[in-house]
Design a protein around this ligand. Structure first.
Ligand SMILES: [Zn+2]
Ligand SMILES: [Zn+2]
Length: 364
């Protein structure tokens, strides 16, 4: 569909100055504006042509390209010939029309609003420290707003249908004729939708929307940290008018461990040792997430010394492998252990030293 010759459409010479082009455009736009020619399809068609012609000739780059390559333009033309409503020169029309409501009301038919992306949602889940290390499948309930199941989103009671708004004839805008041009404002009766609902849907009270709870199965990866966010593409609020759906972000909260302190993929474990063990050196059993290991405490170790056990930490989230376990020696009699900590230590089998039960028991 070849665009019309813009010089002919505006009635100007090929050598016309920018000023002459602008004047010709304004004159024609006034004459042909839809508000002055209601229900005149021919005028509307010419108005679009004028708009398209001015779109090319008012842009020095497009004008040069047109002069050189003709109507098709350098690469497949300037878009659909004639219909260039989207590329309205706002600066020029604002003083010409004073108000855009009527212009857009006619250009974009009511009942076909712009596609809108659905909102992103965030949901929180709480998991245990152990599940965070091992990975876990959880069900996440999410409340979303979606089209009403009863009316399909129209807001009209099933069996009835919305009808074209009689006040604005479906355009969504009302024009008050004041002199040469019409001032327009959104139609109050239909709130700019172009349609009215006589019998509102009972299920959604005419809103066309309803809130539903959806449950998603979410895989929390091994090594998830407190605050890890998992993105589920397209599981947020549904888009409107054909727009894409939003995303769901699941925020993982991890319970603290009575044993380990998390440092990225490394785990820090406090290891009580007796004074003779620290002074003379010893091998002690310590818990790790994968079961107990023997830790060699070198002679002359001081309290607070960190001993690294390779590959016994938390799984690394990106790229595999595991962090390390850092055993922090505590030579003095431990005072901080709670009952839960003692139980956890015993559960992990920290019982093979000569006196661990006694040393733990003394702390209570
Ligand atoms: Zn409904
Ligand atoms: Zn209306």
């Amino acid at each position: 569909m070849a665009a019309k010759n813009p010089y002919e459409v505006l009635g100007v010479a090929k050598t016309a100055t920018d000023d002459e082009i602008k004047k010709a455009y304004r004159k024609l736009a006034r004459e042909l504006h839809p508000d002055r020619n209601p229900d005149d399809a021919a005028a509307e068609e010419r108005f679009k042509d004028v708009q398209a012609a001015y779109d090319i000739l008012s842009d020095s780059e497009k004008r040069q390209a047109y002069d050189r390559f003709g109507a098709e333009g350098p690469a497949g033309g300037f878009g659909p010939g004639g219909v260039r409503y989207e590329n309205v020169d706002l600066g020029d029309l604002s003083d010409l029309l004073g108000n855009f409501g009527s212009f857009f009301g006619r250009g974009q038919r009511a009942g076909r609003p712009r596609p809108e992306r659905g909102a992103d949602l965030e949901s929180r889940v709480r998991i245990s420290f152990e599940d965070a290390l091992a990975g876990v499948q959880i069900r996440v309930p999410v409340e979303i707003e979606t089209a009403c199941h009863a009316c399909g989103g129209s807001g009209a009671e099933p069996g009835t249908a919305p009808r074209t708004c009689p006040d604005c004839q479906g355009t969504g805008v009302i024009s008050d004729s004041q002199g040469l041009f019409a001032l327009s404002h959104p139609c109050q009766r239909c709130r700019g939708n172009g349609v009215v609902v006589d019998t509102p849907c009972k299920a959604c009270r005419g809103s066309g929307r309803e809130r539903v709870v959806r449950r998603y199965q979410v895989k929390v990866p091994a090594g998830a940290k407190d605050g890890t966010r998992i993105r589920l593409k397209g599981k947020g609020e549904p888009g409107r008018s054909g727009g894409p759906d939003g995303d769901l972000f699941v925020r993982v909260e991890v319970d603290p461990s009575p044993l380990y302190e998390r440092r990225g993929a490394d785990l820090v474990l406090e290891v009580p040792v007796t004074y003779p063990e620290a002074a003379l050196g010893a091998t002690v059993q310590i818990p790790t997430p994968d079961g107990p290991v023997a830790l060699k405490v070198p002679s002359g170790s001081e309290s607070g010394k960190l001993l690294r056990v390779k590959g016994r930490g938390a799984p690394k989230l990106n790229g595999g492998g595991k962090g390390d376990l850092l055993a922090r020696l505590r030579v003095t009699v431990p005072k901080k252990l709670t009952k839960a900590e003692k139980e956890a230590l015993e559960a992990y089998g920290n019982v093979s030293r000569e006196q661990p039960r006694e040393s733990l028991a003394r702390t209570g």
